[in-house]
Write a protein that binds this ligand. Sequence first.
Ligand code: CMC
Length: 428
Amino acid sequence: MPDTLTITDNRTGKQYELPIQDGAIRAMDLRQIKVKPDDFGLMTYDPAFMNTAACRSRITYIDGDKGILLYRGYPIEQLAERSDYLETAYLILYGELPTEAQYQDWVREIKLHTMLHENIKKLMEGFQYDAHPMGIFLSTVGAMSTFYPDGKDILNDESRRHQRVRLIAKVPSVAAYAYRHHIGRPYVYPDNDLSFTGNFLNMLFKMTELKYRSNPVLERALDVLFILHVDHEQNCSTSAMRGVGSSHVDPYSAMAAAAAALYGPLHGGANEAVLRMLEEVRTVQQVPAFIKRVKGGEGRLMGFGHRVYKSYDPRAKIIKQVADQVFEVTGRNHLLDIALELERIALQDEYFVQRKLYPNVDFYSGLIYQAMGFPKDMFPVLFAIPRTAGWVAQWEEMLLDPDQKIARPRQIYTGATRRDFVPRDKRG
Ligand code: CMC
């Protein structure tokens, strides 16, 4: 017998049987519950989608209570240890790990698309010297829609594949150009002899040397950070990508919206906010007073808490190990002691324990980025580069899902009832 939920409407005495599938009822099944024939039908009220599944997805699985994260079934710990960013991006997009030949073709294809149109460079030159790189990044991704009008052919499989490759390949170039513009250095063209991450570091940090070679430990560390940030199911920016993409706009415009969502301090901007917070705390001795202020409602402990994880974020565990490797090369970030003390105190404190607030991915990532030489306002951009693979995979899944239509939530209207217009001279 199929699982059902029986609802009795106490007003009418009528009973309704709603099928339960995959642990959910369909909100549309509630519409049949009406008191009068002209009744619209019952809705659910769920601000911030606390308990509403908006899609079926085969991409990323999270068990928030157990702290488990799987990409296409593979544990994040194994991918971080044994894969690389481009292989993981392939997995996220195609559902399977590539064979050696598929991997080589994929890497070659990405490398063929790393260059930016010269006019994109000119467009970026128009930004103020102190423009936030994430503002430059999201505007440029949106502007790419005008450079690639074929991106509008969103129902064509081959066109979609092409746009996905372009986006994954070009975002490091956009990010690096945004950074070089910000610090007033000339742009560096991609060097396709280098790895994906090695080339990104080249475009960021190359000076007058003929060939840029990054430190292999730092290059690998950045690649691991990229793996950890590839996808995280239906978070704010991914929901923006799906929601905006559901209007059938091109992927560049949809991704500009996703990047804008990521920019916020409650989402991908949290890594930058964590560093500013650590600098504000200043010393280990100030930590208890800071925690007291947070508990008193004066701001949040940035890099702590998560909508889904109610235990330690598995990505934060891996990042802590990466931090040790990076600090061996760069020297220890002096803010690390403050972060460790904040974590130590918060994990024992009733306020945080009761609310199940643990460090998330952003708590330690900024310390690594800073030690590697990135300014704070580049941190959200570093999040956006690998998340591009997740966004375009989720966009593709949304477009191919026959259950999906244009996203359009309902509302509960709480405004004035119908009333007649009063001329200005008659208003009291
Ligand atoms: N510091 C202090 N209190 C917190 C924090 C925090 N970081 N996070 C949640 N709380 C409290 C909150 O005040 C509330 O308390 P009460 O029940 O007394 O009102 C309770 O915990 C539940 O919080 P919520 O705001 O209802 O939880 P949410 O699921 O809506 O928010 C969150 C999730 C990530 C936005 C939130 O935990 C937060 O603002 N964290 C800090 C920002 C941050 O680190 N964001 C990165 C998230 S992970 C990566 C990503 O998504 O980019």
